[in-house]
Design a protein. Sequence first.
Lengths: 326, 673, 305
Amino acid sequence: MSSRLFASRRERWLAKRIPPARQVRLDQRRIFILPTREGLLFGVALLVMLLAAINYQNSLAYGLTFLLLSLGLITILHTWRNLAGLQLAAGEAPPVFAGEQACFRVRLQSSGRAHSGIALGWPPAALQRLDVAADGSGEVELFLPAGQRGWLRAPRLRVESRFPLGLLVAWSWVDLDLAALVYPRPVSGELPPAGGVGEDDDEPGSAAQRSGVDDFQGLRPWQSGDSRRRLHWKAWSRGQGLLVKDFTELHSHDLWLDFDSLGGDREARLSLLCHWVVHLTAHGQPFGLRLPGVSRPPALGGAQRDLCLRDLALFGLPAAAQGRQP
Amino acid sequence: MKKTPLPIPRISLLWLLVAQVLVILPHLFHLPVWIGGLWLVCATWRIQVFRQRTNYPGGLTKAFMLIAAAAGVYASRGSLMGLDAGVALLVSTFLLKLVELKTRRDALVLVFLGFFTVLTSYLFDDGLPAALYSLLPVTALLAALIGLQQSGLSDKPWPTLRLAGSLLLQAVPLMLVLFVLFPRLGPLWSVPMPGTGGSRGLAESMTPGDIAELSQSSALAFRASFAGPIPPRRDLYWRALTFEQFDGRRWSQLDEMTRSRPDWRPEGPSLSYSIVMQASGQPWLFALDTATTDLEHTRQMGDFRLQRRRPVDQSLLYSVTSWPQARREVQGSPRLDVALQLPDHGNPRARQWAAELKARHGGDPQGLVDDLLGHFAREEYYYTLKPPLAGEDTVDHFLFDTRRGFCAHYAGAMTFVLRAAGIPARVVAGYQGGEVNPAGNYVQVNQFDAHAWVEYWLPGHGWISADPTFQVAPTRIEQGLQQALPAEDTFLADAPLSPLRYRHVEWLNQLRLSWDNLNYTWQRKVLGYQGAEQLKLLESWFGNVDPARIGMILLACLGLLFGGLALVLLKPWKRPHDPLLRQYRRFERLLARQGVRRGAGEGPLAFAERAALALPGQAAEIRAFAQRFAHQRYADAAADPAALRRLLGRLRRQLPWRPWWRTGNASAGVRGG
Amino acid sequence: MRTQLESCLAAVNQVLLGKDRQVRLALACLLARGHLLLEDLPGMGKTTLSHALARVLGLSYQRIQFTSDLLPGDILGTSVFNRDNGQFIFHPGPIFAELVLADEINRATPKSQSALLEAMEERQVTIEGATRPLPEPFFVIATQNPVSQGGTFALPESQLDRFLMRISLGYPARAAEKALLLGEARRDLLPRLEPVLDHAALARIQAEVPGIHASEAVIDYVLRLVEATRSQPAFALGLSPRGSLALLAAARAWAMLAGRDYVIPEDVQAVLPAVAGHRLRDAADPAGHGGGALVQWLLREVTPF
């Protein structure tokens, strides 16, 4: 209870100090620094060495102890500097299906100096490490499990560096406004036959399409696998090479994926629709999608697939969860 | 969630292996030989593990290796306690840890162990070369530590080392401040000291051969710096201890009689000087007669020597004030009878001669002493490092038969005769003379300067020193041993390479003296920088030295250095923006003060156009600036921030002055889409 | 050169009143060797614009009315057997003109659409195995009717990407419309338009467009814009690399029209709606035409510095 209270207060404090932004430059207000466990161990070792120096009254032992202590002190600057000035920018986060790992790209850009051993991630998961060359940039892919459909908002990202000695850790919590669209988990299943075409009869375009028989479209060069019966022998006899008569197959009716025609609860229906969107796109079959309040006319291709999956992902979610509109 | 242990990057492992060699190298001089073999085994094993030719050792193997190492230490040191055995154990652990080096945490432990092992090497050798050398293992250990943090992608070891070196360099100023200002405490508890192969230098008892043996050693005994001019060489009789008991062959000291405080009065001018003595393994210090010191746990003993409570196990710096003309125990002492002790039998000829002398001089003991000394000068006595072997009655044999001997022979014989004649006398052992180093204006005394002379007591005068050797070989006293033995060629005969043998080669001698001076400065200024010396220095700098004040000064110095380093490292004046953009930001701030703000997505000319509409009076200047800015930034033109600054200045003069805190209110009306 | 371009614009503006900006964009599109998609209701002057451009620039002009039964051969041309000499003779289609107006392109089947679009991209056509180059310059203005969706085949993204710009003329301003009503029929003015440029001059100007200096600062701005479209969650589809190239090319042409030999952020901003609007997809807009709001967001939020 109290820890949750603390967490929420910390979150609010952080939000004020490091507000969410797609691009963040780490500066002194955003970097925190503390000794690591190794640093504490180093302190204990220094104490033992100091005791030895005192008891043996040995100036060199004092010298070595102080040298290491000074190193520990200046490491504060180096560790801090290793993080300061680093620019983080949110990159693409391609959509994923629920149950998969969402991948967030984060770009790190150096302005001026090199940044070594930068680690990013969401504890307690292991952090990803990379180096950024001076005036260079680097990119990391961070993964979060995508639990349910909708927008997956990544929590605050921990950026830390223990370079150079590992005795101190400088870190920051940045909110890069990372979000990935999570499509429903595809679940295969049977689609009800002839997903409702009826109400489209009055549209002029559909008649033209439905009357479709095999229309001669033109000639194209022969490729292996083409039927011999379609060879354009006349052209061949004229010495124009092997040409094939190309016919286009217009679909007698469009395939509609209709939410209302399915049974089961909402998520199960969405999962099934999701499966079919993927499946039909993979098999090159045009389709339309109809959800309560949303209608996508039949089409084919990656864009259609993406749009339909997006509709499925966000269907029925409150507006706030549909992602921020620019 | 359990984190998988991070593997050790290649570069880190490489530097760890290098560091290990560097760390144990100075220890090999005093550690058992098998440690080297252990290192070879461990390093080979670890490299094979890295090349995936073999596996990490199992728990049993590890336990066996540990026990074997401990047994080895016990076998070669006879104990597991004590500093020697402790360090041997530490180094063994440091080596064995390498084999089970798996995770970064293991490596970290190894690095810290390494630092500690470097520290222990200082207990055995704290000279300047050793100190400089120890920077190598420290740098390598640091490189290993840095390598642990690098993300395994880099495969070049040198940048890591360079970084380690630069970190060390940056740490040096802070280290110096800490070294000078950090308060030195006395030892918190007693710790075992390195047993450096027994005591060196003068021993608790003496046969004549002992000093002859010391004369073959070119090792350093101590160095002394005088506050005033250095007294002439012939006056430099450095007392170490006295021998009061003679058993016919051997002179030795009497324990019980040295405890009580002697009675003496300072008289005449005094000499102030400081001495840095090498570890001797013995408690007595060296000083000119009659000496006092304020060194802790040190007192003047009954025979006027200075003695510390504990043996001198490390080089020691102390300051002394001496009164050469002081009168000592004029009133007599209850122990004078000890100074008359002789064995019951032996050396009949010497006794008889003493009786003759006594009869001749009767009530004039000083005359007797003068006669005795004159005897050595008059008769055919020779000073040699190779006296013939002594017979049964050593004194008789020397005085009447061979007449060849070393300082110990002369001092022993004279004391014997004086005692036999009823004059209290004793042998004083110490060093005589020393080499004046002109570079550093100090006297350096080596073991071959060991000497023995005589002290006798006369009523009304107290103790008086006399040196029979001076009668025989005045060059020994006035110039030194080497000059006293020109024909014999026995000086440092066992050490043909010792630079001391080549003092006649001018440049070599100069080199040796400078190097020696450097070492002495090192010893005095660095190694001797302990409690009293620190206080003295701080007092001369800051006057009053109460701990709070020193603490403040320490913190202030650290803060200053830290801040300076921060400035150098972070370069806050170096903005990431280019100069053109900086001028443009100023332009924006200037207009924002007038209530015209640029929208996030607004281009420079579009904004200028809007600002010109809002501020028609300054439209020309605004446009001129924006045009020039756009031209410099976007056309292929040379950047000229100065021109922009001029245009900006012109605009600023045109604008009505408005303070920066009154900027917000006017903006709402003008802010465009 | 600048005066030539200015007089071109002035001439077209005589015919098409109050559409200065669109005319300028169309000319910039042509100078950048891109193709233009006009999206508008009928009667807004799409044909007039294209015809006027063709005349002013001295280009040969062809119009293809796209219908659902239009076949690729109708666009590209066909080989016809000549009985007299027993040879096949190629009859070039209407695409073999320098400025082609593809009217209502979304009425044709995807097959015919792609025949046109592939020709646009490759600037040559392959008919019955023989490859024939299209004239140089070659400029396609395609029009699309956004309202009537019945029986149409909306251009897929991949095809939309081939148009450098998409603009819509929109209703004329009141004053312009009044002048329109008062004056003589604008179409009658068309034949009287005199060519301002010849082929050589046009080629020279087109060759100069890539030489317009785009500084690193401007390229950074373009990159920021492109990155925003790829990383912001509201963008269903980001700009492709072809899109960013198009943006820079169009900005260069726009800078040239403004008489500058370097690109400033305002140039990029001026062409951004036309270049990026049809390449962006906002999920909130089911028709997929809603790049407008996203472009406005980009203009507002992505800083040029």
